[in-house]
Ligand binder design. Structure first.
Ligand code: ASP
Ligand code: MG
Length: 407
């Protein structure tokens, strides 16, 4: 007998029919003799619907109330699934965040889990019940309802799995695993059998939308292997695990494109110590994360400083950069929204030379200009014109032979 946590995403519980299907699947695991905790998202589209109602009333609704509002989505799906499980003869109980004693900090709309007291969960399981836990939500130390950020049910599942020391944490979703790249861009993209936490983190942060980044961080920290698989089929998905548990360390595991990036350039900045700091300090104080940074070779004592930020933060970043232009005696700020970042990711890059060079050659042969480059141990990223993003992904995916062998 194993203790299994299964998380179902919004599409998987998106209608009553889907909820019936999920219930069948949970029942199957239960009838095999396992203990099951299910973590559910809100029905597809529900969180967006709730958010837009709050925003319709008010430009800046109180975040505390928004959390009360959106957490209702998961309350509904948890109850519906428990009702259906009971209906088909599987004893089940729903539990909201506070009932499952999921305690978070007080940062509304993007709270972090501090603790989960697994004893309540365990004793309900020991009574022979399937537990259906509402994902995405918790309460802070004062009893306020909090939510964990968009996609947060993944993180709920990992935290619950850790709290009860589950044997398995399955993330059941509308795709059958993690792919070498977005299959809608590259039809010969291949499902990855095993991927390391670190690679998954890079791919998630680059826009592979399968898992919330925080859930991967938490799984890595707590050493919980994740199985990302389809809710609608029984085929094996992708195991996200420690690098030591990979069968082989591929050089390039995947290719990702991030189209939600914006390039800002502070022009003709005087080139002397402290100027760069005076640009980035105010950005850091405003909690804006800067991604790529390039400083050009200085000409006549002046230099251009280019950096990228996410689209959500671009207006704020541009305003801040514009504000400091005068104080640092620069010429001005230019903004380019038509850029994309394409990246290759793989733990094998650590011990292989020449991978970045190969990437640059592949892009060059496709006549795609590189505007900026950044690297980490397991990733190389290039900033290019947005209109070439999809083509770049295909070129890199083919060039590194990541696709299914053609027949
Ligand atoms: N319902 C929340 C969202 O749409 C949380 C989740 O689905 O994981 O972001
Ligand atoms: Mg999700």
């Amino acid at each position: 007998m194993a203790l299994v946590v299964q998380k179902y995403g919004g599409t998987s519980v998106g209608s009553l029919d889907r909820i019936r299907m999920v219930a069948e699947r949970v029942a199957e695991t239960y009838r095999e003799g396992h203990q099951v905790i299910v973590v559910v998202s809100a029905m597809a589209g529900e969180t967006d619907r709730l958010l837009s109602m709050g925003w319709e009333l008010c430009n800046a609704p109180a975040e505390r109330e928004m959390d009360v509002l959106v957490s209702s989505g998961e309350q509904v799906s948890a109850a519906l699934l428990a009702i259906q499980l009971n209906e088909i003869g599987v004893p089940a109980r729903s539990m909201l965040g506070h009932q499952a004693r999921i305690v978070t900090d007080s940062v509304h709309t993007k709270a972090r889990i501090r603790t989960i007291d697994g004893t309540g969960l365990r004793s309900t399981l020991e009574n022979g019940h399937v537990l259906v836990v509402a994902g995405f939500q918790g309460t802070d130390a004062y009893g306020n309802i909090t939510t964990l950020g968009r996609g947060g049910s993944d993180t709920s599942a990992v935290a619950v799995a850790a709290a009860v020391k589950a044997d398995l944490c399955e993330i059941c979703t509308d795709v059958d695993g993690v792919y070498t790249t977005d299959p809608s861009v590259c039809p010969n993209a291949r499902k990855i059998d095993r991927i390391s936490y670190e690679e998954m983190l890079e791919l998630s942060s680059l826009g592979a939308k399968v898992l919330q980044i925080r859930s991967v961080e938490l799984a890595m920290k707590l050493g919980i292997p994740l199985h990302v698989r389809s809710s609608f089929s029984s085929s094996e998905g992708t195991i996200v695990t420690d690098e030591e548990h990979l069968l082989e360390r591929v050089v390039v595991a995947g290719v990702a494109a991030d189209k939600k990036t914006v390039k800002l350039t502070v022009r003709a900045l005087p080139d002397h110590p402290g100027v760069v700091a005076s640009v980035f300090e105010p950005l850091a104080e405003a909690n804006i994360s800067v991604d790529m940074i390039i400083q050009n070779v200085s000409k006549e004592g002046h230099t251009d400083l280019t950096f990228t930020v996410s689209r959500e933060e671009a207006d704020r970043a541009e305003a801040i950069a514009t504000r400091i232009v005068d104080s640092v005696d620069a010429e001005g700020v230019t903004r380019d929204d038509e850029v994309a970042k394409v990246s290759i990711v793989g733990v094998g890059m650590r011990n292989h030379a020449g991978i970045a060079a190969r990437m640059f050659r592949l892009l060059a042969d496709a006549d795609i200009n590189i505007e900026a480059i950044s690297t980490s141990e397991i990733k190389t990223s290039c900033l290019i014109e947005a209109e070439h993003a999809d083509r770049a992904v295909v070129v890199l995916h083919d060039g590194f032979q990541l696709g299914k062998p053609s027949d």
